[in-house]
Design a protein around this ligand. Structure first.
Ligand code: PLP
Length: 433
């Protein structure tokens, strides 16, 4: 196997990843494979790990043990983390509930509010490009008799606030619209959405996973009532997250979804994951201090990547409004390139494609389709997620490699050739076969 790979210019790393073998010495700062998929998860910051380590060792108490020093020490660490999280999003520590991550936070928020306010109404509004943790939760509630409106997005990925206004009625109890999208990086008009919700007396929940720690998020000025977040997208550990639940103006109540010892003010029972929570707190603290410098650096790397593609290639389609956008995100369709071949050609770079593997087929991303992209264009799309540990040399390597692979694939593409010859593909009548 390894010889076979070598003959084809590839090799396998210790952890089984097949990568293209580099035939030339790599530039300084580049080590293969390159990780540029920071919306999927992030590498833990060594400072976060350092903060967590004692809690895997001799600081092992249960934060709910009220009658001895082991418990007090754990509780103290949890309360410090609660303050760190609260500070990052502008709320009070009491408004933070620790969870196992954003999937749980979204479930707790949406199901918990739906159940608690059932008497008031049964209508929920969300939008089509939400993460599955929101969409599938809403679908489940539909089966339980709730009515859910899925707002469309415009071609730039943003909702139209007037659509939201029109969708609201006297039975609406909850609006759940994400802060920033995990595929196309667009930032929704959260302040306006929250303002409208408050005018109408509707609770506003936002999935803040991709925004918190990356752009300034403030639940007061952003008019947010409930917000989900997770540690592993902000250089913290996996399996820990939080839910912000507003206590004043308005006081939001949530019906618990896990029953047990009454932890987290009764909203989320279960022994607290003290090392994880400490890690989340440390990640928030670092994000708060470094966010503005980091965002500027990532924005300029992202713009550089985009400019290189646009300078070297034609038919490069950038997805999502670039004015309201996460600094580290770039989602590009390399039109007239076959998606699977493209991914195979860049297998020493970790990015995400515009296709999702379902059980049997490769489905085009529902987010890209919601923007109006055809299946082929969606399949030819790549999401680049730049993060704290990426550098300019990597961006150069990635852009050069993509330009090279896309150019080669287009040389083989009859569609590209036809377009270059000025043939309008929409006017062609293809023979069925
Ligand atoms: N919401 C968004 C927007 C995400 O990107 C993710 C992560 O994939 C989640 C929710 C789920 O978060 P977690 O992995 O913490 O369950």
């Amino acid at each position: 196997m390894s010889n076979e790979l070598k003959e084809n210019g590839m090799e396998m790393t210790d952890n089984g990843v097949v990568i293209a073998e580099s035939r030339e010495p790599l530039p300084a700062g580049v080590k293969l494979p390159i990780y540029m998929d920071n919306h999927a998860t992030t590498q833990m910051d060594p400072r976060v790990l350092e903060a967590m380590l004692p809690f895997f060792g001799n600081v092992f108490g249960n934060a709910a043990s009220r009658n001895h020093a082991f418990g007090w020490e754990a509780e103290k660490a949890v309360e410090t983390a609660r303050e760190q999280v609260a500070k990052l999003i502008g709320c009070t520590p009491k408004e933070i509930i620790f969870t196992s991550g954003a999937t749980e936070s979204n479930n707790l928020a949406i199901k918990g509010i739906a159940e608690m306010y059932r008497e008031r109404g049964n209508h929920i509004i969300t939008q089509v490009t939400e993460h599955k943790a929101v969409l599938d939760t809403c679908k489940k509630l539909e089966k339980a008799g709730y009515r859910v409106t899925y707002l469309p997005v415009q071609a730039n990925g943003l909702i139209d606030i007037e659509d939201l206004r029109r969708a609201m009625d006297e039975t609406t109890i909850l609006v759940s619209i994400m802060y920033a999208n995990n595929e196309i990086g667009v930032i929704q008009p959260v302040q306006e959405i929250g303002k409208l919700c408050h005018e109408k007396g509707v609770i506003f929940h936002t999935d803040g996973v991709q925004a918190v720690g990356k752009v300034p998020v403030n639940v007061q000025t952003d008019n947010i009532d409930v917000l989900s977040m997770t540690a592993h997208k902000i250089y913290g550990p996996k399996g820990v997250g939080a839910l912000y639940v507003r206590r004043r103006n308005p006081r939001v109540q949530i019906s618990e979804q896990i029953n047990g010892g009454g932890h987290e003010r009764g909203m989320r029972s279960g022994t607290l994951n003290v090392p994880g929570i400490v890690g989340l707190g440390a990640a928030c603290e670092i994000a708060g201090t470094e966010m503005s410098v980091e965002a500027e650096r990532l924005r300029s790397l992202r713009d550089y990547l985009k400019a290189k593609f646009e300078g070297a290639l034609d038919y490069v389609h950038v997805n999502g409004d670039m004015q309201h956008h996460l600094p580290g995100n770039l989602n590009v369709s390399f039109v007239y390139v076959e998606g699977e071949s493209l991914l195979m050609g860049i297998n020493d770079i970790a990015v995400s494609s515009g296709s999702a593997c379902t059980s049997a087929t490769l489905e085009p991303s529902y987010v890209l389709k919601a923007l109006g992209l055809g299946d082929d264009v969606a399949h030819s799309s790549i999401r680049f997620g730049l993060g704290r540990f990426n550098n300019k040399a990597e961006v150069d390597y990635v852009s050069d490699k993509l330009i090279d692979v896309v150019s080669k694939l287009r040389e083989l593409s009859p569609l590209y050739e036809m377009v270059k010859e000025g043939i309008d593909l929409t006017k062609i009548e293809w023979a069925a076969h």
